[in-house]
Design a protein around this ligand. Structure first.
Ligand code: ISL
Length: 598
């Protein structure tokens, strides 16, 4: 067993100091992500809806979260599960009506939950009236200049304008007349190409066009007036492209971000402030001006609404530029999410996260799961932890479910003990694993088809969640319909099967969130706990002390090593992610985290 080293550094090493006055709700909120298709289906057609959400919000209030973020529920052909918006000011009939949205927001507020909605400004659906008008109006028209249309390369314009690849696989360009399912007359035959960083049904907007800027600001205003408390900004790093759209041979794929930088000899960005090989479609300087103007829109509105950046930008220093004091309020910490299950790696990302965010006065955020990645209860049970694959299929290496859940609970206890704001993805409070055996013909994520099945895609983390062990579709819908099939074993994960059951993941999360709130851990200061000496600086233990005036110190400790470790003297266990061991119950086993007070 690893024991406490006495030869420790006398000084605790500071990670983060809470500054007086920085107590706003979004600096410490626990935000629960609702994926509307898969949360609760009141109508019984197998697709979740807003009335279903409203009817289940009391579960979230009882869980103890502060806010919900809903993935898009706007009018959309659903080619990318709602991230292809055809009308930003209306609700898709699959999810309900604007009145249902108002009622859902009102119910959330009644329960003291803030509501954050998703805004998708990088692209629209090809069914958006603007894109239909652009096709009809032809090259050189003001309608086309709302998007990024270009002539093709090659003698006859038969090749795409540049070599950019879609994050979902294949070229990032589609030629107008070549589109196979073109709905007839609306489709021009002029042979121009349009850019889409994602699916061909998601044309990228042209953010150089003032009309685009004005329109999206008016959309912000529309939802502010309906009472929302903030916006999660989809692909926040993508809106502005490098002028001239230079070739770039790197690859940017779903989940993984920039996983292959371009070979050295090929062109990359040459813009000042970017690294050689920086992707010319992401993280361009021009995006920041947009967020400054949005911040002003929010500040002119009564109340305290926020902007959250979904930006797969590395290193963390670059990401922190999105949360400077006059830009967004928060950015998702994907660097934390993709870090392998390794104490040294996690310590590094934790320290860096505080360093870069404190520099700009922004809260650090923490996140382990969302609708784009393999659920962390499964990801952490894979032989190789880290960012994980883009989906898991029946023929792929399968996660160790028990190991995954043990680590997931430890990871969540670690994350929720750290100062800052934290995200929970629906079902994670149930310890829900990824569905790793979905039949291919059930898959809907466009990445599956666009990569010819090489990537399984994100459906496995989007399966409707279980509420009642013995009800049809586990209580997701009254009829038993479910747009993706649920594994039979999920009855054991249902909310009613875990409620009141000591040691269940749901009761664990409830206790964690209650204590986090009582002790206001999200607004604490933090430092490394020095007692562990080498073990916590080079070894397998992560030990952070969360402090605040007027309350007891809280030690947040996770043991990622193969040997158990002893809790340092003076600390009393408050809560652990799994059973403690040793005669006195003060030994922290492998892959276990603990909160202790003194
Ligand atoms: O391009 C990337 C890396 O730089 C991606 O990781 C990208 O930022 C990310 O996948 C964006 O995801 C969001 O937008 C997509 C949508 O399919 C996802 O569900 C959404 O979270 C397109 O709107």
């Amino acid at each position: 067993m690893n024991s406490v080293s006495t030869a420790t550094s006398p000084r605790q090493q500071t990670l983060h100091v809470h500054r007086p006055g920085q107590d706003q709700w979004w600096r410490h909120a626990v935000i629960y992500q609702i994926y509307p298709r898969s949360f609760a289906d009141a109508r019984g057609d197998g697709v979740g809806d807003l009335r279903g959400i409203a009817s289940r919000l009391d579960h979230l209030a009882a869980l103890g979260v502060d806010a919900v973020w809903l993935s898009p529920f706007y009018r959309s052909p659903q080619r990318d599960a709602g991230y292809d918006v055809s009308d930003y000011r209306d609700v898709d009939p699959r999810f309900g009506t604007l009145e249902d949205a108002d009622a859902m927001i009102a119910r959330a507020h009644e329960l003291d939950l803030k509501v954050i909605v998703d805004l998708v400004p990088n692209h629209t659906s090809d069914q958006h009236v603007w894109f239909q008008q652009a096709l009809a109006a032809g090259p050189g028209s003001p309608e086309r200049s709302r998007y990024i249309f270009r002539e093709g390369s090659g003698e006859l314009g038969e090749d795409p304008p540049n070599n950019w690849q879609s994050s979902f696989g294949g070229s990032a360009w589609t030629r107008v007349k070549a589109r196979p399912d073109a709905p007839g007359s609306a489709w021009a035959e002029d042979g121009q190409w349009y850019l889409h960083l994602f699916d061909s049904s998601q044309p990228d907007l042209n953010w150089e066009n003032p009309e685009v800027r004005a329109e999206l600001e008016s959309v912000l205003q529309f939802w502010l007036d309906r009472g929302v408390d903030g916006f999660r900004i989809d692909v926040a790093h993508g809106l502005v492209k490098e002028p001239g759209l230079p070739d770039w041979s790197g690859s940017v794929s779903m989940v993984t971000g920039v996983d292959e930088p371009p070979p050295e000899e090929t062109q990359g960005s040459t813009l000042p402030g970017t690294l050689p090989g920086h992707p010319p479609m992401y993280d361009q300087e021009g995006v920041h001006e947009i967020y400054r103007s949005w911040r002003r829109v929010l500040e002119n509105h009564p109340g305290e609404q926020i902007l959250v950046a979904e930006a797969w930008v590395e290193p963390l220093e670059r990401l922190a530029r999105y949360v400077r004091s006059d830009e967004m309020n928060q950015a998702f910490n994907f660097s934390f999410l993709v870090t392998p299950w390794s104490a040294p790696r996690l310590r590094t990302v934790i320290a860096e996260s505080y360093e870069v965010n404190d520099e700009v006065g922004a809260p650090t955020t923490w996140v382990l799961s969302n609708h784009d990645v393999v659920r962390h209860a499964s990801r952490l049970g894979l032989a190789e932890t880290g960012k994980g694959p883009n989906g898991i299929g029946i023929g792929d290496p399968q996660p160790d479910a028990e190991l995954g859940l043990r680590r997931a609970r430890a990871a969540s206890l670690l994350m929720l003990g750290l100062p800052g704001s934290a995200y929970i993805y629906q079902g994670e409070e149930l310890g829900l694993p990824e569905h790793t055996a979905l039949p291919d013909d059930a898959r809907e994520d466009p990445t599956f088809a666009r990569t010819d099945g090489a990537e399984k895609g994100r459906d496995g983390c989007r399966v409707p969640i279980p509420w009642e062990a013995d009800a049809p579709a586990f209580g997701f819908s009254p009829t038993g319909e479910s747009w993706l099939p649920q594994p039979e074993e999920w009855s054991a994960y249902a909310v009613d099967a875990q409620t009141g059951v000591q040691g269940s993941t749901l009761e664990f999360y409830r206790t964690v969130l209650r204590l986090r709130r009582e002790l206001v851990l999200g607004l604490g200061s933090s430092q490394w706990e020095p007692t562990f000496g080498d073990l916590a600086s080079d070894g397998d233990v992560i030990a952070v002390v969360n402090t605040a005036e007027g309350r007891e110190d809280v030690l947040v400790l996770a043991n990622l090593g193969s040997e158990p470790v002893q809790l340092p003297d003076g600390w009393q266990v408050k809560l652990s992610s799994g059973p403690m061991s040793g005669d006195d119950g003060r030994t922290v086993p492998t892959d276990t985290a603990v909160w202790a007070t003194r």
